[in-house]
Design a protein around this ligand. Structure first.
Ligand code: SF4
Ligand code: SF4
Length: 404
């Protein structure tokens, strides 16, 4: 259903990977930042030139890198889906970012601190979310702070609970953000797994998988979190992840630990057993009995499902099993919504513009519900405060099956 996870081996030959770009430019129009700016440096091709300067610098030129376009890349990997030459852009980007120093710009530093010390810790995240909500409701101290608040979830934060059986065969990753802002996703995932006749469980001491740390180039932190994840989830027969960003990251553990002799094999084995919920469920769709729904819905494709994992049509296939539902198509369906990990916090103005364009595309045929499969996309689209509800696909499907 989706591309196999990356396997362990020796550290890659970065020069060789960079050489796969033939400079054809076919990726340019699918890159959101190039479409917005028209600037070659903000395109995949331009960024690959900068990544060469970072990964394979000429002697004496190590400090001359123009890092701005690398910081501003959304990491959506839409460029990979259209590249005829198979450039591993996401892998090159993460390696390049991991070799850059801490950013100097204030907003970048703040977001990095948040991604390091707040987002992976559910209770700290809940506290920050409440402070953000209070600020949203009160007088806003500055225009830039107001723009940052616009990108924050508008949902009421909850005390995070990881309820569910502690033993079973199919381990579920609850995530960091979902238990705080969308607490219905975990019980919905458990219900769906039971509905197809499998035994789900929620490993008790699970933490963050490290996806956001990896996204901002914090390689060592991502590895530390990855090791803890492996220890926790290794005993499971299979691992189901109801978050496209997290599932894409866990499935790339083989790359993350490629040069770690102790963890390389274990990481690749865990990656092999991990799947996004959408993919896992689509493979068992014939066992699902779903009640009909007469509404018009549209599915927003998370980049980390569509581009990072090359999953195309699995969610739409599941929705096709709901009698009466009309699944609408939207133009430019493969373009990012603007959430992009922490990108929306780093560049709130650009992110809000991208979200407006995305919502205009999603709403063009008049859906009554927007569905997605990634907490970042769900909360960011919902944060626009529109009239149309945004919901995780797991909650929608679980709401269409009888109690099991
Ligand atoms: S990852 Fe996305 S934003 Fe970055 S270069 Fe590729 S298409 Fe553009
Ligand atoms: S990344 Fe791929 S599509 Fe883009 S310029 Fe290079 S070879 Fe062409």
């Amino acid at each position: 259903m989706n591309a196999p996870p990356q396997h362990q081996g020796a550290a890659p030959d970065w020069d060789q990977l960079l050489r796969t770009c033939i400079h054809c430019g076919l990726c340019l129009n699918d890159c959101p930042t190039y479409r917005t700016t028209g600037d070659e440096a903000e395109s995949p091709r331009g960024r690959l030139m900068i990544l060469r300067e970072i990964l394979d610098p000429l002697p004496g030129m190590e400090d001359e890198v123009e890092r701005g376009p690398i910081d501003r890349c959304m990491g959506c990997r839409a460029c990979e889906s259209v590249c005829p030459s198979g450039v591993s852009y996401g892998r090159l980007l993460e390696e390049g970012r991991s070799r850059l120093d801490e950013p100097e710009e204030r907003n970048q530093r703040i977001v990095r601190l948040i991604s390091r010390y707040v987002l992976p810790h559910r209770r700290r995240l809940m506290l920050m979310a409440w402070l953000g909500r209070l600020a949203q409701l009160s007088r806003i101290p500055s225009a830039s702070f107001a723009r940052l608040l616009e990108t924050m979830p508008r949902r009421r934060p909850c005390w995070p609970r990881l309820s569910g059986p502690r033993h079973g065969k199919v381990a579920v990753l609850a995530g960091c953000v979902q238990p705080v802002f969308t607490p219905g996703v975990l019980p919905a995932t458990l219900k769906l797994i039971r509905a197809v006749g499998e035994q789900p469980f929620v490993p008790e001491h699970q933490g963050c998988c490290g996806a956001l740390a990896s996204h901002v180039g914090d390689r060592e932190r991502a590895r530390a979190m990855g090791r803890a994840f492996i220890e926790c989830f290794e005993p499971a027969e299979s691992i189901v992840i109801p978050s496209a960003g997290c599932s894409a990251h866990v499935r790339s553990f083989g790359e993350l630990f490629a040069d770690d002799p102790e963890y390389a094999g274990r990481a690749a084995a865990v990656a092999e057993r991990a799947q996004d919920l959408v993919v896992w469920l689509a493979e068992r769709a014939d066992r699902l009995q779903l009640r009909p729904d007469p509404r018009r819905v549209v599915f927003q494709r998370p980049c980390h499902l569509r581009h990072a994992q090359q999953v195309d049509g699995a969610a739409e296939g599941l929705l096709a099993r709901v009698g009466g539902v009309e699944v609408l198509q939207s133009p430019r369906a493969d373009l990012c919504c603007g959430s992009a990990g922490t990108w929306s916090m780093q560049y709130p103005e650009m992110a809000s513009r991208r979200r407006d364009e995305k919502l205009a595309d999603l709403l063009v045929h008049g859906p009554e519900l927007i569905l997605t499969a990634n907490p970042g996309c769900e909360l960011f689209l919902d944060g626009a405060g529109g009239e149309i509800e945004v919901q995780h696909l797991a909650e929608y499907l679980a709401g269409r099956i009888d109690e099991v």
